[in-house]
Design a protein around this ligand. Structure first.
Ligand code: PBG
Length: 334
């Protein structure tokens, strides 16, 4: 490369900014901080003792008692934000009851109060016998949108009245954010936030999660899989439009899920919206790293941190990870 006046330009030295940890820190364009993390929690009504979740190292399905010690340990490890998945014993077709979930929320908020920020996943897949995220028609061929939305809004009200700080609908029906926001606002719960799973893809990476939540769609039902309500991996426009729609309907936080295969969506959204974007590094993605680590193929902590860094670089400001409880230690270890 030559300057206009004919002099030879300096040889570009990009390695100077890479040459030691100090200057690398100064040159960094993103950092990962443990305060940006949300830790998922599972509480299963049928359990008498907590159980480790298959393929998800150091993640447990808790009982209504053991959950307190888990949250205490997490707080001590620097986690204050949680995403709760209640798994009720009873499955329903009609007359859904949400008291198990609201009891768990209430007892956690009574115990920990403002020390924790408690979001509750809002979906019916752990409630329905068939495992779909909403009500189906009699033939079992179609998910009924508006009936599901009404039920979800009622569920949201129960959780918010029990003290949830945030409602996080993950079902992917149309119009649920509006219905939930309206329901909360008309019950003096306008302070409760809504985090929408707005770009939730029909993914193969949810396997370990569906085992814990007993939420795999039943093979007995004609409607197979979730592709009639979750977003297709090949449809960028659907993800962007669904997210913009959810913001218009009142979502305070939007989400892209899974994380790594969909970081292009995060970047595209970041260029267009001012709403905070969360990414959910889902169970299958977490398990993949853990399996590699167990087999000495990868360094566990550094690998998770590298992925978290990619989420921040793409434009996410919130990270939902099963390893949130290690974030503080791992970030400070490097
Ligand atoms: C419920 C729900 C799912 C996840 C979060 N909420 C599973 C699904 O849609 O089948 C997945 C989370 C994970 O895999 O870690 N609808």
């Amino acid at each position: 490369m030559a300057h206009q006046n004919g002099h030879q330009a300096y040889k570009m030295n990009f390695r100077r900014l890479r040459s030691n940890q100090h200057i690398r820190e100064l040159a960094a364009t993103v950092t990962v901080h443990h305060k940006e993390f949300i830790q998922p929690l599972f509480v299963d009504e049928t359990l008498r003792e907590r159980e480790p979740v298959r393929h998800l190292n150091e993640v447990f399905s808790d009982t209504t008692d053991s959950i307190f010690a888990q949250v205490e340990a997490d707080i001590a490890a620097g986690v204050t934000k949680f995403l709760l998945f209640p798994v009720p014993a009873e499955k329903f077709e009609q007359n859904f009851r949400f008291d198990f979930a609201s009891d768990v929320v209430q007892s956690l908020k009574e115990r920990f109060g403002a020390d924790i920020w408690l979001a509750n996943d809002l979906c019916l897949c752990s409630y329905t016998a068939h495992g779909h995220c909403g009500l189906l028609n009699a033939e079992g061929t179609r998910l009924l949108n508006d009936d599901t939305v009404q039920l979800l809004a009622d569920y949201a009200l129960h959780l918010a009245q029990a003290g949830a700080d945030c409602i996080a609908p993950s079902d992917m029906t149309d119009g649920r954010i509006h219905a939930i926001r309206q329901k909360l606002d008309t019950h003096n719960l306008d302070h409760v936030a809504v985090m929408s799973y707005s770009s939730k893809f029909s993914s193969k990476f949810y396997g370990p999660f569906r085992d814990v939540c007993k939420s795999s769609p039943s093979a007995q039902i004609q409607l197979s899989g979730r592709s009639t309500y979750q977003i297709s991996p090949d449809n960028l426009n659907d993800a962007l439009a669904s997210t913009l729609r959810d913001i218009e309907e009142g979502a305070d936080i939007v989400m892209v899920k899974p994380a790594l295969p969909y970081l292009d969506i995060v970047t595209r959204l970041g260029d267009q919206i001012l709403t905070p974007i969360a990414v959910y590094h889902v169970s299958g993605e977490y398990a993949a790293v853990e399996l590699m680590a167990e087999n000495d193929i990868i360094e566990r902590d550094a690998a998770h941190l590298e992925l978290w860094t990619s989420f921040k670089r793409a434009g996410a400001s919130i990270i939902i990870s099963y390893a949130a409880r290690h974030a503080k230690a791992w970030i400070h270890a490097v």
